[in-house]
Design a binder for this molecule. Structure first.
Ligand code: ADP
Ligand code: MG
Length: 689
């Protein structure tokens, strides 16, 4: 059997210079080459004639070069146009700002073009993918079949790489060892790995291609899930943290002082948290709940439990406004319980900050609420028993880890209002357990979401005015602060003036990120106490702000905000018993922007919104690499392929349950794969939490 670990140089057709280009694609060995899968496929068993092309469709067409030439517009845009055709008609292919294209073609050459067909004066494809057909015997690889299209760097062309791939597969595919134990493969009706690799490059049919890709994704996900399962098992066994006793009356007293009952979901989650905290194993829990579902109060119960046991609690939040608000609310809620709460934010004067830090270190403070200031060097706790991170999607893995490191294995609760489906969450958040609040407290007013075009902006303002007249308040949110010369964004500062002119008898305030904290606080206080009726603001109020009298949220340039962001902003209203209005003012220019607006109009359910957002942006963008510890996936997509994600999760946990260190012979390849792919030293992943 051939060794796949040898340099890709050994494949026929790869010389030293081409090898360098392959290296740029991350390909060193033959194995890397075999696993460099096509970006997409072209069904060239169905190549069309020009007359068969349908405008609006993605099409593949074969045609001969008739003429070509470039020109530069007055604004300096270079346009290269190539006319090609067959006996049924003519097609124009156009490339922008790629003047070198003129050296690529010769008259009379045959081309395959692929792209979206448009109809102007002529049939046209802008920036098509193309391939020049050379008259060689290897056409059976490139024509009349489903053809792989690879990710490329400059100086490599599809035809060359496809030939190399064919060579590599014909020579080396037998060297591939199937990593899966027989029973997993049989149970899931999986193709042999060799066949899967071969058909992922050169599929014999659509159906086989699907099975081939399924097998490869299965392997990738199984390794991922096995890593997670292994790590989870390690955490449970290895660590010892705080063990909280549930004896005491603090939480009962607190509950009695509240003017409302917990919802069923809240009660369930509080019990989950209590059970975790009781156990000496450190809690590692993610609390997912839509905006306004009442996560803060649930976290507060946990914080009280740790205080009752003589430890300290910390609550970290992403913005100063939010820290201030939480600090005030918590202070009021805990009044009379004899608990010392302190605020630690970035803008404190050095003297005051040092005083508070000292009190935290001495244990004179029970609960600390703070921003990133909490994880600065020099902030030391006497005995931090529970660390809570609110709006965790605003923090990175590292920041959560630093907070955790302020104590020895403290209990950890992270909260998010961007909930995602369970299997996905379990995968992305690796070793976290998951709690979900899936209902809102009763008695909330309905939120209506409306969409106005920019020319109807006045209507939105009239709506806000009407609400203010009956005693409510409104937010108007803008994407940026100062109008820049290039953009046509209506800046918040300018808008505040305009609104003040429009409604001289209304009290209009302005809030933005560049204000001093003390001014932000003053503005928020004025809004809370109704001295401001319409608050013009930038995105700084995105998360957490809780003012139940506000009933209107006008979002200017709504097309510029992300979907989760829009939903968060909408979460600022509908917090009281009044009916509320979220007005999106927008002029969406892209399909993505339109689908975001549509999603907002379609649903008010945070879980559905998050799913949509994931779909629109894709997992990479959605989570951002710094948010999670997922290794890069090459083939699978955790959103698109979530059914496979689910199946492999079950298989992986079963595997680790039966063979904790993967010592059985039939699992040796999985073990090796884990070490290799995810750099597990001694089968140990780096700690992420
Ligand atoms: P989020 O989950 O968005 O952080 P909050 O914790 O800010 O939500 O809660 C929103 C509001 O709902 C707060 O004013 C809070 O006091 C209130 N609240 C929380 N739980 C309940 C409940 N069970 N019944 C009524 N109001 C509640
Ligand atoms: Mg909150």
């Amino acid at each position: 059997m051939r060794d796949l670990a040898v340099s890709a140089r050994y494949v026929k057709g790869v010389g030293p210079s081409k090898l360098k280009f392959l290296n740029r694609l991350g390909i060193e060995t033959v194995e890397d080459l075999l696993y460099c899968l096509p970006r997409r496929y072209e069904d060239r068993s169905k190549i069309k004639k020009v007359s068969e092309l349908k405008p609006g469709n993605l099409e593949t067409v074969k045609a001969k070069v008739l003429t070509f030439g470039g020109r530069t517009t007055k604004r300096g845009l270079n346009i290269f146009t190539l006319a090609c055709g067959d006996y049924t008609g003519v097609l124009h292919a156009t490339w922008f700002n790629q003047p070198y294209m003129k050296d690529r073609f010769k008259l009379g050459q045959e081309l395959i073009l692929h792209g979206k067909v448009e109809k102007n004066i002529y049939l046209q494809i802008n920036n098509p993918e193309y391939e020049i057909i050379t008259d060689t015997k290897d056409n059976s690889i490139h024509m009349g079949r489903i053809v792989p299209i690879y990710p490329l760097t400059e100086s490599l062309n599809q035809r060359w790489l496809r030939n190399v791939m064919k060579e590599a597969i014909d020579t080396y595919v037998d060297g591939i060892v199937d990593i899966l134990p027989y029973d997993i493969r049989r149970r899931n009706d999986l193709m042999f790995l060799k066949e899967a690799v071969r058909n992922a490059h050169f599929p014999v049919s659509d159906v086989v291609l699907k099975k081939a890709r399924y097998r490869l994704i299965f392997d990738e996900f199984l390794l991922l899930q096995t890593g997670i399962a292994f790590k989870k098992a390690s955490v449970k066994i290895d660590l010892n943290g705080y063990s909280h006793s549930l004896d005491g009356d603090l939480i009962e007293k607190f509950k009695k002082s509240l003017s409302f009952e917990f919802t069923k979901s809240q009660k369930k989650v509080i019990t989950e948290i209590e059970n975790d905290m009781k156990s000496p194993k450190p809690m590692n829990r993610l609390l997912q709940g839509d905006v306004g579902s009442g996560k803060t109060i649930v976290a507060l119960c946990g914080l009280l439990l740790t205080v009752q046991n003589g430890y300290q609690g910390a609550l970290m939040v992403p913005t100063e406004i939010l820290a201030e608000q939480h600090y005030k609310n918590i202070s009021v809620l805990l009044m009379g319980l004899g608990i010392k709460v302190a605020l630690l934010s970035g803008d404190l004067k050095a003297k005051e900050r040092n005083r508070r830090k000292l009190m935290i270190e001495n244990g004179e403070i029970d609960i600390v609420v703070g921003t990133h200031a909490l994880i600065q060097q020099g902030v030391r706790f006497k005995n931090l028993g529970l660390a809570v991170v609110d709006e965790q999607h605003k923090f990175g893995v590292m920041q959560r880890a630093i907070l955790k490191s302020k104590s020895i294995n403290p209990d950890m609760l992270v909260m998010t209002a961007t909930p995602i489906p369970r299997t996905l969450a379990l995968t992305v958040y690796g070793d976290l357990d998951i709690s979900i609040i899936d209902e809102l407290p009763p008695g909330r007013g309905e939120i209506k979401t409306l969409y106005f075009e920019e020319k109807n902006r006045q209507k939105a303002y009239r709506l806000a005015e009407g609400e203010v007249k009956i005693g409510r308040q409104a937010y108007v949110v803008y994407p940026i602060i100062k109008e820049s010369e290039k953009s046509d964004l209506r800046a918040a500062t300018k808008m505040q003036k305009e609104l003040s002119g429009l409604f001289p008898d209304l009290k209009i305030g302005l809030l933005h990120g560049r204000m001093k904290s003390i001014d932000k606080e003053r503005i928020m206080r004025d809004f809370k106490e109704k001295r401001i009726e319409i608050l013009v603001s930038t995105i700084v109020i995105e998360v957490g702000v809780d003012i139940s009298n506000a009933s209107t949220m006008i979002i200017e340039h709504a097309d510029r905000f992300g979907l989760s962001q829009l939903h968060q902003l909408r979460g600022r209203i509908g917090r009281g018993k009044y009916a509320s209005y979220c007005v999106l003012i927008a002029k969406p220019k892209t399909d993505d922007a339109r689908s975001r607006i549509k999603a907002m109009l379609d649903t008010n359910d945070g879980f559905k919104i998050a799913e949509q957002d994931l779909e629109i942006r894709g997992p990479g963008e959605f989570f951002g690499t710094r948010q999670h510890g997922l290794p890069e996936l090459k083939i699978g997509n955790i959103v698109r392929d979530r059914d496979i994600l689910e199946i492999t999760r079950k298989e992986a946990f079963e595997l680790i349950k039966k063979d904790r260190f993967l010592r059985r012979p039939e699992n040796r390849y999985i073990r090796a794969g884990l070490k290799k792919k995810f750099g597990m030293k001694e089968l140990e992943l780096a700690s992420v939490g």
